[in-house]
Design a protein around this ligand. Structure first.
Ligand code: CMX
Length: 130
């Protein structure tokens, strides 16, 4: 596995995008929104890895609840895996709790699955097939 991206929850995408691009030298590659998960996202390339800025569309979404409870900050860490079903099976066999029973399509256009933060030392963890 290798680091694929780090998700950062923010209240407002625009000022965050401006800071990451003008100050940290990131390149905005695309923006997307996901009505079902109630969030919009901006993807920024930083060297070999990516930062995914996340902002809620609804207060009762995963990111909306996270912001209300914890405020802005690191939301998840994503690892690239070549075979997501194997990564999920290995995690399950090791006793980790998967949030997604089956891989689903992520905003990168590839299959993703989340592992519950309580299984990974408090870090919401995502597998991205890449
Ligand atoms: N990182 C670490 N801990 C988190 C967390 C996160 N991102 N989100 C929630 N938690 C913690 C909460 O602080 C809370 O801890 P305590 O019980 O100690 O208070 C606990 O998890 C439960 O939180 P909750 O607010 O009651 O939320 P839910 O249990 O309803 O949901 C979670 C939590 C992780 C299962 C849910 O947010 C989820 O399914 N996340 C995966 C999907 C997601 O986050 N999508 C957004 C990104 C999408 C993308 O990039 O494509």
């Amino acid at each position: 596995m290798r680091l694929h991206h780090v998700g950062v929850a923010v209240a407002d995408l625009r000022p965050a995008i401006d800071m990451y691009t003008s100050l940290f030298g990131a390149e905005l590659t695309h923006r997307a929104s996901n009505e079902k998960d109630g969030l919009e996202a901006a993807f920024l390339q930083m060297g070999d890895a990516e930062i995914e800025l996340l902002s809620p569309l609804r207060d009762d979404s995963a990111v909306g609840k996270f912001l209300a409870k914890r405020g802005p900050g690191m939301h998840h860490v994503a690892y690239a895996v070549s075979d997501i079903r194997k990564a999920m099976a290995d995690a399950r066999a090791a006793g980790l709790e998967l949030i997604d029973a089956e891989p689903r399509m992520g905003m990168h256009g590839t299959l993703i699955a989340f592992v519950h933060p309580k299984s990974v030392g408090g870090v919401l963890t995502e597998f991205v097939e890449a």
